[in-house]
Write a protein that binds this ligand. Structure first.
Ligand SMILES: [Fe+2]
Ligand SMILES: [Fe+2]
Length: 489
């Protein structure tokens, strides 16, 4: 609402700001000034249709205030009477062992309450023909002429029929009828279809394994028997200068999709919903503690129609034929907030061991000593080195009910490992190969991750330094960009 109000007040400021590279990813709408009326309508609709959610958000603010003022170490029981009405029955009040008060939300009940209305979900289908798309955390998708707007719950199985059409031929009218399309919408739908057969996918058929880098943190691993896809964020197929794997380069069935953590460049519903019908099992880090900053991915995915969500705890293992997936603790990168939904993954495929550390920040190297003792050495390490990181409030600010001082905010960053921290992981696991990834540099990610580095940015200088050091020691090392394929014997 803050961004909406600010745009309505001064659309010209927003139009100018989105052209300034220094303000990339800032709180500015990437919309022309002439959309003011549409944004005003959106504001009205939001206040009208989502008024009860805005009230819920106020209630959380009030509850925070109540706990600050009255939860001073005595029993919390009398305070239940003062919990704002909107939250009653949905919260438990708690202290930690140092008498710091807090509350936990009974999340599953909230999804079954009037606060959750899946009929407000919608999606827009249009032809994507290039990498430039407005940043999703600041720019709403307004009705426009090219896009086909479907007001349809994400859990709807009709979406599976729709997305199945990407690979299997189907009758236009059957799908269009099932989606309830008529008139103009039917025409738009028709314009998105083709009679051309997609390229057949050639699955890995060797005796070893193959991995392919799809950009950022998205990697597909295959053996003859099993396929694993990490953090799916995919580009579509269109004319471009940067060679890449796309939706067309995925197996018919993906045995395991692994999600490392709940940041928008690692879990993207646009991609996941299109793949849902092809995923056997989607693996997410366990949480369920009901903290506002740490919603349960399992519940979110289940509400979105995924029936095969598997939660995995730290150091827990999922075995499969001649291999396994182990969840490895992931520290930091969340501004010191208590967030449990994060996991690195160790994949064992035949004799090969690969560790995908995602944005895990090696703030306590002893952790990996303990992990190493349990799982042994690792052949290949994939490590994110976005070591500057945004201040905590850039992502979590809207959840804070009190202002945090600027200096404190800037000390608590969403940063991954720097040179020293990444090198310590390499040394601990005696890695023979090191790949820096998850750097947000592929342009097809711009709409979820607006960062542009220069040669002097820390993530670049630190990762260059790591690569040089590793190569100097005879370790294969590279910063991944665009696409990459490696065959393992
Ligand atoms: Fe992250
Ligand atoms: Fe990331």
């Amino acid at each position: 609402m803050k961004i909406i109000d600010s745009y309505i007040e001064s659309p010209e400021t927003h139009e100018a700001a989105v052209k300034d590279p220094r303000l990339l990813g800032g709180p500015f709408m990437d919309l022309k000034q002439r959309r003011v009326q549409d944004v005003t309508n959106l504001r009205e609709r939001t206040l009208h249709e989502r008024g009860h959610l805005i009230a819920l958000s106020r209630a959380i603010e009030q509850l925070d205030g109540l706990l600050r003022e009255k939860a001073v170490g005595f029993s919390l029981e009398p305070l239940y009477r003062e919990v704002p009405q909107a939250l009653r029955g949905y919260v438990e009040l708690v202290y930690d062992l140092n008498n710091q008060p807090s509350f936990r939300l009974i999340e599953p009940l909230l999804y079954k309450s009037p606060y959750h209305n899946c009929w407000l979900q919608s999606m827009a289908l249009s032809e994507i023909s290039g990498d430039d798309r407005p940043f999703v955390l600041s720019t709403p998708r307004l009705e426009d002429e090219d896009a086909l707007r479907l007001q349809i719950p994400f859990a709807s199985q009709q979406l599976d029929s729709l997305f199945r059409m990407k690979r299997e031929p189907s009758s236009e009218s059957a799908v269009s009828d099932a989606l309830g399309l008529a008139g103009q919408d039917q025409m738009r739908f028709r314009s998105l279809l083709t009679t051309e057969r997609p390229q057949p996918y050639s699955a890995y058929d060797g005796d070893g394994a193959r991995w392919r880098y799809f950009g950022h943190a998205c990697i597909l691993l295959e053996t003859r028997g099993v396929s694993v896809l990490l953090d799916p964020v995919l580009s579509y197929t269109y004319e471009n200068d940067i060679s890449r794997y796309t939706y067309e380069d995925l197996p018919e069935v993906i045995d395991y999709v692994l999600i490392t953590h709940n940041h928008q460049d690692h879990i993207l519903f646009e991609t996941l919903l299109q793949l849902r019908h092809r995923i056997r099992q989607i693996v997410v880090p366990r949480n369920g503690a009901g903290a506002l900053q740490d919603p349960s991915l399992k519940l979110i995915l289940q509400q979105c129609g995924f029936r095969n969500v598997l939660e995995i705890s730290e150091m827990e293992e999922i075995p499969f034929e001649d291999g396994s997936i182990t969840a490895v603790p992931f520290l930091g990168e969340h501004g010191d907030l208590n967030v449990l939904t994060k996991s690195a993954y160790l994949l064992r495929m035949g004799k090969h061991k690969l560790l995908f550390a995602a944005d895990s920040c090696n703030i306590s190297p002893e952790l990996y000593r303990h992990v190493n003792r349990d799982v042994g050495d690792v052949d290949a390490l994939f490590v994110g080195m976005e070591c500057d990181g945004a201040p905590m409030s850039w992502i979590y600010g809207p959840l804070l009910t009190q202002r945090i001082e600027r200096q404190k905010d800037h000390s608590r960053r969403l940063a991954g490992s720097n040179y020293e921290r990444a090198l310590a992981i390499v040394e601990q696991f005696h890695c023979k190969e090191v790949y820096v990834y998850a750097m947000g540099q592929e342009p097809w990610l711009n709409y979820v991750m607006s960062i542009k580095y220069t040669e002097n940015s820390n993530p670049i200088t630190h990762s260059n330094h790591l690569i040089e050091t590793c190569r100097g020691r005879g370790i294969t090392a590279e910063r991944l960009f665009g696409e990459k394929e490696i065959l393992l014997d």
